[in-house]
Design a protein around this ligand. Structure first.
Ligand SMILES: [Mg+2]
Length: 95
């Protein structure tokens, strides 16, 4: 079973709304681990790995759920170009 088939199956079996709430739950778990790491200097790399994977899985389900994978990829391509330009401008300012 491909990842995409698995995401579609999860949405079909567990439902769109519960899965979209799960996206939020996983994002909040990752948020918590980032805050522990940055604010409290906690050595929680294992938790960061786990929660990052959870968020990536749920974002993949979100894209599947709304059928927006191609559009997200296109937006990312444009956004990364913009970020590169901003970095170039930023670094050139410092010279
Ligand atoms: Mg989690």
């Amino acid at each position: 079973m491909s990842d995409m088939d698995l995401y579609q199956r999860a949405i079909r079996v567990w439902g769109k709304e519960p899965q979209m709430l799960q996206v939020i739950e996983e994002m909040s778990e990752l948020t918590k681990e980032i805050l522990k790491n940055v604010n409290r200097k906690k050595d929680n790399i294992d938790a960061l790995i786990e929660e990052t994977a959870d968020v990536e899985i749920m974002l993949a389900q979100l894209k599947c759920c709304y059928n927006i994978g191609k559009e997200v990829d296109a937006y990312k391509t444009d956004k990364l170009k913009l970020i590169e330009k901003r970095l170039d401008d930023w670094e050139n300012k410092e010279k």
